[in-house]
Ligand binder design. Structure first.
Ligand SMILES: Cc1cc2nc3c(=O)[nH]c(=O)nc-3n(C[C@H](O)[C@H](O)[C@H](O)COP(=O)(O)OP(=O)(O)OC[C@H]3O[C@@H](n4cnc5c(N)ncnc54)[C@H](O)[C@@H]3O)c2cc1C
Length: 274
């Protein structure tokens, strides 16, 4: 509602809804042919241009007209003055950060870092069970072709001020701003704010880029071509005995933290027959 009110000088949810409905009707889009037309037919021109076009093009590195319509099925609009992006009741990170929780989970477990799975397996191939969280196409030696991925480049800066943006995450939807968001780390634990440095703060700008071999892949590109190829790899994976393919690279699926943890727990329950 803050955005709608600034855009159109309106105040109530009913006024905002009427404005959007009027813009959608003016466009006369009956069968959207691409992501741009799909988004326009769901939210009208102003919201599309302010919030969706620039951000989507930065995230995907592709013009909205060249992206398929099916990527966006619906665009949830919220008619409240709450500026939070998510509606979840609990939002944040584990107390003390992820490092601590992972260290506790891995207590008494042998861990090898800086070790490539494929290189290690060449000399040790007597595993009873493998949980594979790497790239599924690499696992099968790209025999059906390469899947595409997106990645993120981080630019971290120390700013000599108590706070830079007053919030943990601020997203930038405009095309002219090259990064998609700025993270200000100290605000992730507001309850510990008093213990954080007063004279400086650390921020990270995130730049979404195309993935190439040699850098870490982050996001699957779930368009039609890649989804089809992944489906073929999934069929191969089903025949692979004693290997569980998990996570965003193993299942070629975008997961948030809560969803990936949920999926891991479900896989563990299934494995244990519970
Ligand atoms: C920039 C960015 C911002 C994000 N922000 C949020 C957010 O705000 N909120 C949220 O909920 N989620 C966020 N996520 C998503 C979250 O990070 C993922 O959901 C989560 O990390 C997925 O867990 P995973 O186990 O599937 O994959 P990963 O965490 O990537 O784990 C896979 C592991 O497999 C290892 N691996 C891969 N290949 C090999 C190999 N060949 N040999 C050995 N090891 C290998 C990797 O090194 C990695 O440690 C974000 C993701 C990114 C990239």
């Amino acid at each position: 509602m803050n955005t709608f009110s600034k855009l159109w000088g309106i105040r109530t949810p009913a006024e905002a809804k009427a404005k959007i409905a009027e813009q959608i009707a003016d466009l006369h889009i009956t069968e959207p042919q691409n992501l741009e037309e799909q988004a326009l037919s769901l939210v009208g021109r102003d919201v599309y241009e302010k919030l969706i076009k620039g951000y989507t093009e930065k995230q995907w590195g592709r013009d909205c007209k060249d992206l398929p319509a099916f990527i966006i099925k619906r665009l949830p609009l919220r008619f409240t003055y709450n500026n939070n992006y998510f509606n979840d009741v609990y939002q944040g990170i584990p107390k003390g950060g992820y490092t601590q929780i992972i260290e506790k989970l891995l207590e008494n477990v042998d861990v090898m870092t800086e070790t490539d799975f494929f290189e290690y397996r060449r000399e040790h191939d007597n595993f009873k069970k493998i949980v594979f969280t790497g790239m599924i196409d690499e696992y099968f030696d790209y025999r059906l072709g390469h899947l595409e991925y997106r990645t993120v480049r981080f630019e971290t800066e120390r700013v000599e001020d108590a706070s830079y943006q007053g919030n943990a995450v601020v997203n930038y939807t405009a095309k002219e701003v090259p990064y998609t968001r700025i993270i200000e780390h100290k605000h992730f634990e507001p309850e510990l704010e008093a213990e954080k440095p007063k004279d400086y703060t650390i921020i990270s700008r995130e730049y979404s880029t195309e993935w190439k071999p040699g850098i870490e892949p982050y996001y699957p590109v779930n368009d039609e071509k890649n989804s089809k190829l992944y489906e073929a790899y999934r069929e191969l994976a089903e025949k692979e005995e004693n290997v569980i393919f998990g996570g965003r690279l193993g299942q070629y699926k975008y997961y948030d933290m809560d969803k990936v943890i949920d999926a891991a727990l479900a896989a563990a329950r299934k494995e244990l027959g519970k």
